[in-house]
Write a protein of this length. Sequence first.
Length: 418
Amino acid sequence: MFLDVATIYIKAGNGGDGAVSWHREKYVAAGGPDGGDGGKGGDIYFEASAAMNTLAAFRYSQHFRAENGANGSGRNCTGRAGKDVVVKVPCGTVVKDAESGGIIADVYKEGERVLVLQGGRGGRGNAKFATAQRRSPGFSETGERTVERKIILELKTIADVGLVGFPNVGKSTLLSVISAARPKIADYHFTTLSPNLGTVVYGDESFVVADIPGLIEGASKGVGLGHSFLRHVERVRLIVHLVDISGIEGRNPAEDYKAIRKELTEYSPELGALPEIVVANKCDLQPDESAFEALEKVCGSKVLRISAATTAGIEEFKRVISAKLEELPPAEPLRFVPFEYEAKDRDSFEVHKENGVYYVTGGYVEELARRVVLNDGDSFRWFQRALREKGVIAELKAQGIEDGDVVDIMGVEFEYVP
């Protein structure tokens, strides 16, 4: 089953908690703190794999979680780091944040590995909080907690040439003639519902051709799965615009050409600007010469004449395509400004008064709360000093706090004593 869009959920590992421990040794009465730090949480990576050509694997496997870091322990032992998770995707997969739509990464080349989410930092053990004045800290720091993210994966097929055109113009037949690909072929519209790839060998050169499912008018606006189909043309270096020149279905080749060009340009100006070769198929049905003249007038270039059914003109077709590709620069990954998740706020705070209670909120106090053990005297005194040094106490005074007023910090209420 071909699947080119998938939604998954990823979560990096939490950091391990720091340990509260004391050095114990025979004949050593007061060995001091020796609690080790927690281990770092595992990261989430995405890696391109040439062995995959669809996102179907993510239809049933949608949740990916890296391992949490282990807690620290005594003797200054740091906890083990959590194992990373590597999510393998087909080459050409674009990784997007579901909420914002921002592109996080374009996993383009075989073996390319991209870091998407970093694991949480490990908390510090009580040994790290020892000072000359506080020799026996009875508190440590919890590990950093991470957030689950919703991700959209979009597969944009990687090919040198994209075959575009209306349904039933012979794209799949042409692909089967010029390569070893065996797409489904039948005499009805929309036989092809997913891109087919084929490698064409011409002399010492080879190139990859993608048979893009038939486009219809309104495709650039999503009509008839248009967005799903046009997505796969974005990476190609050259467009081969296939037109049914026979007119046996009552269509006008020149008007068909203009309609598809309109859809390509409206979907993406960059796509509309790609080099193009126009090919008239079904020449074996002896179309009127005026049809060729009208088509060449509209497209402004010489039209190649072929018959995929009888293979007439196929060798010349391959020669022209191969020569054109030699003139073009190699394909490149998408150009974009990478979306980055906001760094966790660890420095700001805000004080506001509501119903007689002073509330202190913000990233700074959230981080501070990770390190505090309220029923430990050393920890609480360190907490008070940290608030004073950061300017929280000064801000409370500036807002008119008085002796006995209530202060709420992270849901815990304190009575203010100057």
